[in-house]
Write a protein that binds this ligand. Structure first.
Ligand code: MTE
Length: 337
């Protein structure tokens, strides 16, 4: 990024999934449900590689995740008429600077990250602060599959099936006080396993920090994510817990979250601190507000190559304008970029 210098609810999974995968998925689900019934096992059981044909099964899946997977609400939200990005691209073309600056570095280096045990701190302006083991943190929530566009500020994009739950559910549970105006997300710093954090050349002042206004966080499309492609979240995609806000540039999606603070003031976020002229707090996808060094009018949908760059126009709020535009009514989006 800088280091070097539709309506959602009314469409079906067949709208976004290649037919062969869709049909084989249906067959697999029917087969596994029948098999599970015969064997007396719960639901779909462990990580479900057959749900997405090109997905590697996760080798070791914690019990809390496999328990939760059996009750996921599949395809709770999808996008219409767009193919899901191959798993390989979604897991090998990443930004996770703690693991290095190149797109392949997170896949090469994040395997060493230990995501168990993991805890999440909730603090600040809340009635119920606490430090939770991840399995307890996740336990109260119904997980859903949300198939969202992901638009990076660097002008590439993907379509990813996440598994998570609305942050609004967490917010209601922890009872914010009247002074809580923003959420601040802080992510892991692990000197031993994160080569980017060890590097003297990194410009980032760790930890990686992101933030949302309270009403943005309360929006039903904003989710906390623990899985993708029918399986547990890959380390390079932000395991075990990340933020996904589909109408904003991808850098808002803080990975490997360890702390969520409810605060009165707008938090200083990582990219804003590093280059305030280039990256703002809001970071809403907007084709008519260019990055100072490149246009945002178009994007490259992965997979993309020299002979098939797969360029498409960028959509206002990444295609979620109908749902979220009212959050910004009356705001000058050129100033609040
Ligand atoms: N979170 C942390 N902790 N560190 C990072 O470097 N990069 C962000 C975001 N979350 C980043 C992060 C950026 S710039 C993008 S575009 C998305 O993660 C990329 O998510 P993906 O690799 O799962 O596509």
């Amino acid at each position: 990024m800088l280091i070097k210098s539709s309506r959602l609810s009314d469409c079906h999974e067949s709208d976004v999934t290649p037919e062969a995968i869709y049909l084989s998925r249906r067959r697999f689900m029917a087969g596994s449900l029948a098999g599970a019934a015969l064997a007396g096992l719960p639901g779909l059981g462990l990580a479900d590689p057959a749900r997405y044909a090109d997905v590697d099964a996760a080798s070791a899946v914690p019990e809390w995740f496999s328990d939760k997977l059996s009750s996921v609400r599949w395809d709770a939200v999808t996008v219409k008429g767009e193919a899901i990005t191959p798993f390989k691209d979604a897991t090998h073309y990443n930004n996770f600077y703690e693991f290095g600056p190149d797109k392949g570095d997170p896949a090469s280096n994040a395997g060493a990250l230990k995501t168990e045990p993991w805890s999440v701190v909730i603090d600040g302006e809340v009635g119920k602060p606490g430090k939770y083991a991840l399995e307890d943190f996740i336990k109260p929530y119904q997980l859903e599959e949300r198939i969202y566009r992901l638009r990076c500020v660097e002008a590439w994009s993907m379509v990813i099936p996440w598994i998570g739950f609305p942050i609004s559910e967490l917010i209601k549970r922890v009872e914010p006080t009247g002074s809580a105006k923003y959420l601040r997300f802080e992510t892991l710093v692990d000197h031993e396993h994160m080569p980017g954090v060890q590097s003297n050349f990194a410009l980032i002042d760790w930890p990686y920090v992101e933030g949302l206004r309270m009403d943005e966080a309360m929006h039903p499309l904003a989710i906390l994510v623990v899985g993708m492609y029918g399986r547990i979240l890959a380390n390079q995609n932000g395991a075990p817990l990340r933020l996904v806000v589909p109408w904003k540039y991808g850098f808002k999606g803080a990975k490997s979250i360890v702390r969520i603070s409810f605060v009165a003031e707008q938090p200083k976020t990582t990219w804003q601190s590093l280059a305030p002229d280039e990256y703002g707090f809001y970071a809403n996808v907007n084709p008519s507000v260019d990055h100072p060094r490149w246009t945002q009018a178009h994007e490259r949908r992965l997979p993309s190559g020299l002979f098939s760059p797969n360029i498409r126009p960028t959509l206002m709020f990444n295609g979620y304008a109908e749902e979220v535009a009212s959050l910004y009514a009356g705001m000058d989006l050129r100033k609040n970029y």
